[in-house]
Write a protein that binds this ligand. Structure first.
Ligand code: IMP
Ligand code: MG
Length: 250
């Protein structure tokens, strides 16, 4: 009892905050350990992969609104896989831009999650801007030439530009945007995109060089981590494939 009181007296409010934080971090890491399936810690037995994937899928589904969970066919990229990949990309980009300030231009709205995580891990100097252009509307198929809804606020002339996109599909958006920026006297224009749906590339799209690509994406409609169907699902921390019946013929 005496000893306990002594410790309590010795602990300043600052230390107590520190202790509390330590406790929270320990708790968080316990949670993380429960969340991270064995497949990421290596040494799994053959045949465990499917069980782990199913476990991960059910766990992730239990943490999102049920009406969304029911529309999810499978998880394509887990939160941990995404974070690891984004950090990897940020490291590459930081090395390439060392000492060169660039304008990080996010393509609204789909790129916001990827962009904020990417910039969080970045060690090169940057400023932030956004462009909004769209050719999709509410459906799942590109509807021709993009329309600029919001241009950059900054003047790109004489600057290095890094376009940050969630997913490249036909490549139409980036082809159009790179042409648009070609007339603006930028020092350089590069592209970082998290997902590359190669099977869908148009002839024009094939001309677009992706400087930093995350994952190859299967030819299916994906949502989460910024990507939506009719505005929904953007806030999911993972990327999932939507059941075709969830978007019908949209
Ligand atoms: P693209 O011009 O055909 O390359 O289309 C690129 C844009 O379409 C991306 O910025 C996304 O906003 C959207 N998009 C393409 N495929 C998907 C998908 O599978 N899920 C969600 N959005 C997509
Ligand atoms: Mg987009």
């Amino acid at each position: 009892m005496e000893k306990k009181r002594k410790i309590a007296e010795d602990v300043t409010p600052f230390d107590m905050d520190g202790e509390l934080l330590d406790g929270l971090f320990q708790f968080r890491s316990l949670l993380d350990r429960k969340l991270v399936p064995e497949k990421f810690s290596g040494g799994e037995e053959q045949g465990d992969t499917e069980k782990n994937e199913e476990f991960e899928f059910q766990l992730a589904k239990s943490q999102i609104p049920p009406q969304w969970a029911n529309n999810m066919l499978r998880i394509e990229f887990s939160e941990q896989q995404i974070q690891r990949k984004v950090k990897e990309l940020a490291d590459r980009i930081s090395r390439d831009y060392q000492g060169k300030e660039f304008i990080a231009v996010g393509l609204l709205t789909g790129a916001v999650c990827f962009m904020t995580d990417l910039l969080k891990y970045m060690r090169a100097p940057y400023v932030i801007d956004f462009i909004a252009c769209s050719s999709y509307g509410k459906g799942t198929k590109s509807k021709g030439s993009p329309v600029m809804k919001k241009d950059m606020s900054m003047d790109p002339a004489g600057k290095h530009i890094l376009l940050i996109e969630d997913i490249i599909d036909t490549g139409g958006t980036l082809h159009w945007l790179k042409n648009y920026l070609a007339g603006k006297n930028c020092l350089s224009v590069k592209v970082a995109c998290l997902l590359d749906k190669k099977a869908r590339r148009s002839e024009k799209g094939k001309l677009v060089h992706i400087d930093y690509a995350g994952f190859d994406c299967p030819n299916e409609f994906v949502v989460g981590y910024g990507m939506d169907f009719a505005g929904h699902y953007r806030c999911l921390p993972f990327i999932g494939v939507l059941k075709p019946e969830a978007y019908g013929s949209a």
